[in-house]
Write a protein of this length. Structure first.
Length: 250
């Protein structure tokens, strides 16, 4: 049985006081046991978020980490540092990291390995750009992102991996993939996993959709057979909208 997951990627939003306030609002909402809820505040607020959520079922994830163990990498954060404050989930490969910080599939493969070596759980993001879809190459792009960024992991590693398909053209644009487009890609991802690993791994991995998910469209998207939840940007910054999305599974 695949896990239903809804994760809020807060990106570079919310200072310490705003983070505390949002978490307090979230803790007042009712969250069903059937859904694993995560939030990913910015680095400076991870530790306070972990403390704030100590008695809650909500998990704290980091938005990124460096691939090296430690050393002269000014401004970077390691897996061990995250774990030392109680964070053992990390988002890797977000399209904003790929586009603005030059993260390649090869670099991401290293980050994935480091995270898994530290027994961290990885939320691995990928997705095509608008130009790829316009040229009908969205499936090839997605397959390559998986092949070169992720398919070096072993079969047993898959229990620590969550996939997040985020078509770049739908992120923060108000443009959403239709439920049918999301389902079509998620089914393709599962088929690719079955071909490269095994049908049972393909069946077990949770695949989230991300890109302009809102309370008004979540239930239709989450209702699709191969969509196991969402990675939410803008709408996760408001406790009520986020909770409405968390409760959108049919
Ligand atoms: P939006 O929900 O704001 O489109 O962002 C999606 C996203 O990038 C989540 O990681």
């Amino acid at each position: 049985m695949r896990k239903q997951i809804v994760a809020g990627n807060w990106k570079m939003n919310c200072d310490l006081a705003e983070t505390d306030a949002l978490l307090n609002d979230l803790k007042k909402q009712s969250i069903p046991d059937s859904t694993h809820v995560m939030v990913a505040p910015t680095y400076t607020n991870l530790q306070s978020a972990v403390r704030s959520l100590e008695d809650s079922s909500i998990t704290v994830a980091a938005q990124n980490m460096h691939q090296s163990e430690s050393g002269a990498f000014t401004g970077e954060i390691s897996a061990a540092m995250l774990q030392s404050i109680g964070v053992d989930h990390v988002i890797l490969g977000h399209s904003e990291r790929r586009a603005y910080f030059g993260e390649t599939n090869e670099l991401l493969a290293e980050k994935v390995t480091t995270a898994l070596n530290h027994n961290m759980k990885v939320i691995f993001c990928f997705g095509e750009e608008l130009v790829d879809r316009q040229h009908g190459r969205e499936f090839d792009v997605v397959k390559d992102q998986l092949k070169y960024g992720l398919f070096h992991v072993s079969e047993s590693d898959w229990q620590h991996i969550i996939l997040a398909y985020e078509p770049v053209w739908a992120i923060g644009t108000g443009e959403t993939a239709s439920p049918e487009q999301a389902q079509e890609m998620h089914a393709f991802i599962r088929k690719t996993l079955a071909e490269n690993y095994s049908p049972s791994i393909a069946e077990e991995v949770s695949i989230l959709y991300g890109g302009s998910v809102k309370p008004g469209n979540a239930s239709e998207i989450f209702g699709k057979a191969d969509v196991d939840g969402g990675l939410i940007g803008g709408a996760s910054l408001d406790a009520e909208s986020f909770t409405a999305i968390v409760n959108a599974f049919q």
